[in-house]
Design a binder for this molecule. Structure first.
Ligand code: UDX
Length: 421
């Protein structure tokens, strides 16, 4: 099938490359010329395992990019993959969705057949059948256009794997032809397909992320209790997670969740509920626990070494999780901020994320290796679960004193403690 993907960001680029690998013809519509050139030359501009190989195999052939919407008119599906960042109140900002819908509508004025517009961006329930449909039809001056919603459940760093191994494919729509056409995109993938109304598909995305975030904050709250009791929350969650109704994943207590999705989507769902006149107390507490975990690791550090003023604190890990260079809402950000406010000298290392963190904290020291930041440090905080950190052992002997606190459970060396263990 011919698919026009609007937006060459993380979701659009990964989706386009994977759909090309499934045998479809993809044109990514991207306003950033540098990204257009990078896609057409097969050069990835974001870190995703397997993306380089996909671009190498398909770029310039069945995966192209341009800044024009020309591909929309001849596409079997036009897929909106633009960002929906939070506005000041935490609501989803739909500016890019509106712009994309306008441009798609204009491009469909002369279209033949019955074009199909599908929203993949994470949008508040009601957006596909409301803003998108109304804007496209206003610009296209009517027409027999199908509208649908097909959320993604991709994890950063494992997005290619997740695309080809989804737990389910969700299609929101109303016309049989819409369901058939979108299902056809994924016909080579073995996964249950559920058909819903657009608003249900939009909500499935938000609720999936909100529930995973809830599991994390729940584990952190139990972890904080276990810390006071002197028992290991990981042992507790191992036993709890063996219950098939619970499941062990996303029960890892630590310094909280970051990333471009969980914080944004939970807040957007809270604001959406409030607009309906609901008071989402559980969702608000998920965010409240997440906001307090960074403060907890700082308090624990001060319990161990007293004031951090004038002391050298080593931070191992800056990315919001391992296997990515993304620092959006990383829990390392509030931790570094609090250390600087308290007059500590911060020295940080991360395998991938240092260039990004330098844009936020240019004034701290960045080391080329864990050893270089551990040298003469008065304490060490582990903030990202990078597998390479599990191999560190004698390197900690370089510290002035061996005070090591994990925000993520990753070390195997002795004499460490964790925020919740
Ligand atoms: C998430 C969802 O997993 C994915 O399905 C959705 O499409 C996008 O949002 P992502 O944000 O890439 O994916 O990362 P994820 O692997 O889910 O981790 C999110 C955060 O939660 C990270 O900061 C991670 O360190 C933290 N986390 C994860 C925990 O603190 N405990 C856990 O048990 C799991």
């Amino acid at each position: 099938m011919r698919v026009a993907i609007i937006g060459g960001g993380y979701v659009g680029l990964v989706t386009g490359a994977c759909l090309a690998d499934l045998g479809h013809n993809i044109e990514i519509v991207e306003i950033d010329k540098k990204k257009v050139d990078a896609i057409n030359s097969g050069t990835p501009y974001l870190f995703e395992e397997g993306l380089e190989a996909l671009l190498h195999n398909h770029a310039g052939k069945d995966l192209m990019a341009s800044s024009s919407y020309d591909a929309v008119a001849g596409a079997d599906i036009s897929m909106i993959c633009v960002g929906t960042p939070p506005d000041a109140s935490g609501q989803a900002d739909l500016t890019f969705v509106r712009e994309a819908s306008k441009s798609i509508g204009k491009a469909l004025r002369d279209a033949t057949g019955n074009p199909c517009v599908v929203v993949k961006s994470t949008v508040p329930p009601g957006t596909t059948d409301g803003l998108v449909r109304d804007t496209v039809l206003a610009e296209s001056r009517g027409g027999d256009i199908l509208f649908g919603m097909n959320p993604e459940f991709l994890r950063e760093g494992r997005a290619i794997h997740d695309f080809f191994h989804p737990d389910r494919i969700v299609i929101g729509g109303s016309e049989p032809e819409l369901f058939e056409r979108v299902a056809n995109l994924y016909r080579k993938i073995d996964a249950p397909v559920i058909r819903t109304r657009p608003a249900e598909a939009e909500l499935i995305k938000y609720v999936s992320n909100a529930f995973l975030a809830t599991k994390i904050s729940f584990s952190n709250e139990i972890g904080n209790i276990c810390k006071k009791m002197g028992v290991d929350v990981y042992k507790v969650m191992e036993g709890v997670g063996l219950d098939k109704r619970v499941g062990r994943e996303f029960l890892n207590a630590g310094v909280g969740f970051g990333g471009s999705c969980f914080p944004k989507d939970v807040m957007a769902l809270i604001r959406f509920a409030e607009r309906l006149g609901e008071d989402p107390t559980v969702l608000k507490s998920v965010m409240q626990v997440n906001d307090t975990q960074p403060r907890r690791i700082i308090s624990l550090l001060e319990e161990r070494i007293g004031t951090v003023h004038g002391k050298r604190i080593a931070i191992l890990g800056l990315a919001f999780k391992d296997n990515t260079d993304d620092i959006r809402d990383s829990r390392a950000i509030p931790v570094i901020q609090m250390l600087l406010e308290r007059g500590a000298a911060v020295s940080a290392y991360d395998p991938l994320a240092m260039p990004s963190m330098k844009k936020i904290f240019p004034m701290i020291h960045y080391g080329e290796s864990p050893e270089s930041v551990l040298m003469n440090a008065d304490a060490c905080l582990v903030m990202t679960e990078w597998p390479e950190f599990s191999r560190l052992d004698h390197e900690f002997d370089l510290m002035n004193q061996r005070v090591i606190i994990e925000g993520r459970r990753i070390l195997t060396t002795s004499a460490t403690e964790g925020i919740c263990w």
